[in-house]
Design a protein around this ligand. Structure first.
Ligand code: WTA
Length: 661
């Protein structure tokens, strides 16, 4: 039965509540998996009886070669959370084989190349063959269960093949976003101790070629443990190949049979590492495990995205970030639906590209970051072209979505026929934690709405650490009980994992974000409370950028702050004090920007570099970043008492520098 249509807009204490549009039900292939009352009941069950809830769901959504007997063990205090312990399964079997056997010709990957004319569609049986050949290749190179393999690839179907081949043989993938510099890649390959790197000759984005293999070569100069590099030929332009180390993807794969049996893995065996930024200069290798992560991906794919057979999921994010891992690769493939791999940018060859892709492939789902929506909104509505009526769900991820952007997405892209999902989650959570349920939850623009199953959020007073109960409260966001897809450790540093996530507010997982819970229990994510900045939905650490700057011989000291920006959400701004022998010149500022590009990647480059005589500090030497942020936001009259600084006169100097630049 189709749920009854509700009024489109319900006024509710200032924030408008939007019901799921009737048009979504009308065009639905059946009906959404859940109605709102069912969500409420199931949510209650998931919190009160997580063992029963997740045990049932894990059996329903995944194929287990050996069933588990114990659903859940351990806790936050002891840092030993584990799920589905005795169970054995293989991620690749679950994502590919079972669908290739049931429906060999079903579409698995929809590849939209940078040039609109170059794409292709890969079926589940084709995907299985390609994955098996690469899995064989890796095995022949000596990769075994528990080894790590680095993937540094453009957004092409072979990136997905690489993910799946690695996990098929029980190895652990560590995917590095191809926008990272050679130094960042080097650090990640070294930290993960990867023995093989999978890459391409070049990438192609927005009509430009990217020197992917060259970056790998530079990174590997300091990675002697890497024995082999597998290179996929994407553009065919000549690239150096190192004798004895580098091999061509097509040469190797042509040697091996198109079936390679999957390795049986324990539920808690690591599935992948993904490096992410935190409060310190060194990125953390967040580790996810097989059973729990896959259950989280499949459960949110099913319920949040309301995926049904025949759906086509369009995640615009890169597979180098967690959004790509979970919603471009694992969730759609675990559920046997097609997933889009988009190599290009929303602006190439013009601002209609996203909408043309949706119309061309009749995508039912589209998922991107608000930063892209802001860009496209600014470019003008006349770019929204074509028949977008196949769409049911429009998702948003990675940063807060402002009300006017939400409304634009709803009205102009969705034509008020789609459900808008503002999904809140993190690399560490593995899958959505606070999010509307597709076709089910009434939404409010700007609110990520309600918790997903098994997620028990709480708002904590940051000063006292006490939980703020009831509605209409604001504070720091924590989660009170373990869920299957949460990260299990920081690679090589379990203590850092404990200290970052569990020792801040004892007994809880600390998200690093602040949030409000409104009078109806809806959550509104406010942003990070630590040193993480969010630039175009890329997660960066100010400490990491400072660590990059200090490597430049001219830099005595630096302070990096994030400032709100209409287009990119936040921008990176660097204040630098130079050593005596160096001068403040435009070239110097350029060099410092280059330093960050070289050390982290172009996407981390500061929008502005301010060279100053000194940084504002307390008497104990702590840099007062708050003052720098206020100056940049034009709030110089709200600096508070600066007389307690060790160097109060520097403030006026900094104000002048900012005004002059
Ligand atoms: C932010 C991305 C507001 C948040 C999936 C979080 C969001 C960080 C939202 C994680 C949202 C993510 N609304 N803020 N819907 N989604 N964030 O690890 O600050 O790259 O802590 O994972 O992005 O970034 P990460």
């Amino acid at each position: 039965m189709v749920p009854e249509a509700q009024p489109v807009v319900v006024e509710a204490q200032g924030a408008k509540t939007f019901a799921v549009p009737q048009a979504l039900f009308d065009k639905h292939p059946g009906k959404p998996h859940l109605a709102f009352e069912e969500y409420r009941a199931k949510y209650k069950e998931s919190i009160e009886n997580p063992t029963q809830f997740w045990g049932d769901l894990a059996r329903e959504l995944l194929h287990w070669d050996i069933p588990f007997q114990t659903v859940k063990n351990g806790g936050f205090e002891t840092g030993d959370v584990s799920w589905f312990m005795e169970g054995r399964l293989n991620a690749c079997y679950n994502a590919v084989d079972r669908h290739a056997f049931a429906e060999p010709n079903g579409p698995a990957v929809i590849y939209e190349a940078d040039e609109p004319s170059d794409g292709r569609i890969i079926t589940y049986s084709e995907l299985l063959r390609e994955v098996c050949k690469l899995a064989y290749t890796l095995k022949e190179m000596g990769i075994k269960k528990g080894d790590t393999v680095a993937i540094y690839m453009p957004m092409i179907p072979e990136a997905i093949v690489a993910f799946l081949a690695v996990v098929r043989i029980g190895a652990i993938h560590t995917v590095v976003f191809a926008g990272f510099s050679s130094e960042s890649l080097r650090d990640r390959v070294q930290d993960a101790k990867s023995k093989v790197v999978i890459t391409a000759d070049e990438g192609k984005r927005g009509g430009k070629n990217i020197a992917t293999k060259k970056i790998v070569d530079a990174a590997l100069e300091e990675c002697p443990d890497v024995k082999n590099v597998i290179v996929y030929r994407r553009t065919g332009n000549e690239v150096p190949m190192k004798e004895g180390r580098d091999v061509w993807w097509h040469d190797e794969l042509s040697k091996y049979p198109a079936y390679c049996p999957p390795e049986l893995m324990a539920s808690e065996d690591p599935l992948f590492l993904l490096y992410t930024s935190g409060s310190t200069g060194k990125p953390k290798g967040v580790m996810h495990t097989t059973g729990g992560y896959l259950v989280g991906a499949a459960a949110t794919g099913k319920y949040v995205f309301d995926l049904h057979p025949g759906d086509k999921m369009g995640t615009a994010g890169d597979v180098g970030w967690i959004t790509g891992h979970t919603y471009c690769v694992y969730a759609p493939l675990l559920l046997g639906v097609a997933t889009l791999v988009f190599e290009g940018t929303p602006a190439y060859p013009n601002f209609s590209r996203y909408w043309e892709i949706i119309a061309k492939h009749k995508l039912t789902h589209f998922y991107c970051a608000p930063t892209a929506l802001r860009l496209l909104k600014r470019a003008g509505d006349h770019h929204i072209k074509g028949d977008l009526s196949s769409l049911r769900i429009l998702g948003s991820v990675g940063e807060p979505i402002a009300e006017e952007v939400w409304r634009w997405y709803h009205e102009k892209v969705g034509r008020e026929e789609c459900h808008i999902l503002d999904t809140y989650w993190q690399t560490e959570t593995g899958s959505h934690v606070i999010t509307p349920i597709g076709g089910c939850t009434p939404t409010k623009p700007g609110s990520a709405s309600l918790p997903f199953f098994g997620i028990e959020p709480a708002i904590v007073d940051p000063v006292t650490g006490r939980e703020l109960v009831g509605n209409d409260v604001e504070g720091v966001l924590v989660i009170k009980q373990p869920w299957p897809s949460m990260a299990r450790t920081v690679w090589g540093s379990h203590q850092r994992y404990m200290d970052t996530y569990f020792n801040v507010y004892k007994g809880c997982y600390f998200t690093g974000d602040s949030a409000a819970r409104d009078y109806e229990g809806y959550y509104w994510i406010r942003g990070r409370v630590d040193d993480v900045v969010n630039v175009s939905a890329h997660r960066l650490s100010t400490a990491e950028i400072e660590a990059a700057l200090i490597q430049h011989p001219a830099v005595a000291e630096s302070a990096v702050v994030g400032v709100a920006d209409e287009l990119t959400g936040q921008t990176v701004n660097a204040f630098v004090a130079l050593k005596d022998a160096y001068k403040n010149t435009p070239e110097m500022r350029k060099e410092l920007t280059m330093q960050v590009r070289k050390s982290i990647g172009p996407f981390a480059a500061p929008k502005a570099v301010y060279i100053v005589d000194d940084l504002p500090k307390t008497r104990s030497g702590k840099i007062m970043r708050r003052i720098l942020r206020k100056i940049l936001s034009g709030e110089e009259d709200q600096l508070g008492d600066i007389s307690t600084l060790s160097n109060p006169s520097v403030v006026e100097h900094i104000i002048n520098v900012v005004h002059e630049t």
